[in-house]
Ligand binder design. Structure first.
Ligand SMILES: *Cc1c(COP(=O)(O)O)cnc(C)c1O
Length: 229
């Protein structure tokens, strides 16, 4: 068995254990294999081990792999996104996790409108207030949700966050919890095109905690593919 296959097995087991420990159904947590900076061959190995859902962070790199890999893969875009690159994702990704401003949502709406389809997106929040990370401010959440929910060809399926890195994953728990509570608050407003059933949170070193706090999508790179350069 390749090390990628073995790593995937382990991560899947850990997801299942984390779910069972907190009384959740493992079916409700999807694993995204975050393959940024990894060659197409690594994705093919993961696919051979049963992984179909991949997350990419850079548009150019995504386009190359999408072109190169003739496999029935599902792609999520999870990285910082400039509006002028949205057109390259159209019809190729099933979920964009990183929508942190109205102008970006508007461009996604426009591009998916051209093909008469509805784009599924997540709103990304920067809960740690770190200048180096993208994500909207929690204080702007309601305003952003209202604006975005009025756009055509768009469905807001949930929220995403990338919390500050902490040695001890317990220290990130409050951020995961805040994202869940924020989703609860926004859902209660009852806006159109805003269903918020997804919480995208948790990476290699903290996905177990994220699952305990309600994650439905965990984004795991290093624990599957090894360290990146
Ligand atoms: C790189 C990346 C991940 C994966 O991080 P690992 O620590 O390698 O699991 C998850 N989410 C986002 C947004 C990323 O950019």
């Amino acid at each position: 068995m390749s090390s990628i296959a073995a790593n995937l097995d382990l991560v899947r087991q850990q997801i299942e254990t984390a779910c069972l420990n907190c009384g959740r159904d493992p079916q409700n947590v999807r694993l995204i294999a975050v393959s940024k900076k990894k060659p197409a061959a690594a994705l093919a190995a993961a696919h051979a081990a049963g992984q179909k859902l991949f997350g990419e962070s850079y548009v150019q790199e995504f386009r190359q792999k999408h072109e190169e890999l003739e496999l029935p893969l599902e792609w999520h875009f999870i990285g910082g996104l400039q509006s002028n690159k949205v057109k390259y994702l159209r019809d190729k990704t099933t979920l964009i996790h990183s929508v942190d401003r109205y102008s970006l949502a508007r461009e996604i709406s426009r591009q998916w409108g051209k093909i008469n389809q509805t784009a599924a997106i997540l709103l990304q929040f920067n809960l740690g207030g770190e200048a180096t990370k993208s994500g909207a401010d929690e204080a702007e959440a309601l305003e952003l949700a209202k604006q975005v929910s009025a756009l055509p060809n768009l469905q807001v399926r949930g929220l995403m966050t990338l919390p500050p890195y902490c040695e001890d994953p317990e220290e990130v728990r409050p951020y995961f919890r805040r994202l869940r509570l924020l989703a609860d608050r926004l859902r209660a407003v009852d806006l159109p095109n805003l269903t918020l059933e997804e919480l995208s949170m948790g990476m290699s070193h903290d996905f177990r905690i994220a699952i305990e706090e309600g994650a439905t999508l965990v984004r795991v790179g290093t624990a599957i593919f090894g360290a990146r350069d």
